[in-house]
Design a protein around this ligand. Sequence first.
Ligand code: AMP
Length: 278
Amino acid sequence: MRLILLGPPGAGKGTQAQHLVAKYGIVQLSTGDMLRAAVKAGTPVGLQAQEIMARGGLVPDDVVVRIVAQRIEEPDARKGFILDGFPRTVPQARALDRMLADREIGLDAAVEIRVDEGALLKRIESRIAETSARGETLRDDDDPQVLHRRLATYREQTAPLIAYYQLQGVLRTVDGMATIASVTSAIDRELTLALAAKPGSTVQKSSGKVAKKPPSKKPALKTKKSLKKPAKKAAKAKKVMARKSKKVAAKLGKKSKTKPRTVARKAKGGKTRRRSSR
Ligand code: AMP
């Protein structure tokens, strides 16, 4: 399975991605994590990204596209992957389309975790306050002002991808304001539907394994034509019988009103059976 998780910062993409990793046995490819690792390692990409990330901007498209293109080539991504935080712009989405087309693979779904921005801001601000109260280190961009900027960036550059994937027919939306468990169930449901809707459909079993759709055991429905056949045959047989009885009646020299079988017996010189009065 190959899918994209779409949603603003703080929508819960990372949390849901972890659940999907466990359920489907696929890898989570988070461009944010890859870039943070590059910053930590002090690589040229890291040096370029550090300042942009700290102020809540977007790292240039060509940089992230290159990172993703390399990452999906690795053996652990063959079985499938969840793209978390990528694509974030329309040019990135187009680059991803090309990457997938070159490898003759496609996307199963783009899951949008829809959230209310106001409630989201409150949620993240309290998370930041709790993390610093516990004395844990905050991320460089875990700052209310930076957060506002990241949300604005999402609105301007990433939100258009919702229409982009809707046009591709792969968009699935879930309510991200529900509890984590409810969002997880909603995503599971949407992915089951997405897999079932695929041509050459596979059905999601409760075990999490993907199985071929079983062939239907229902007998094929009769067509109108086949339903009409017995009625036509009966009408034809009736006509033949009527014709025969007319012939026999003519031979006997009178118009018969008796039943065909009786008339036929009379014509052969047979006796008509009378009902016993006993
Ligand atoms: P995230 O952990 O996904 O919230 O990403 C943290 C930061 O990494 C973002 O605010 C961006 O600065 C940068 N980043 C992550 N993914 C991308 C991407 N696809 N395109 C550009 N910048 C990205």
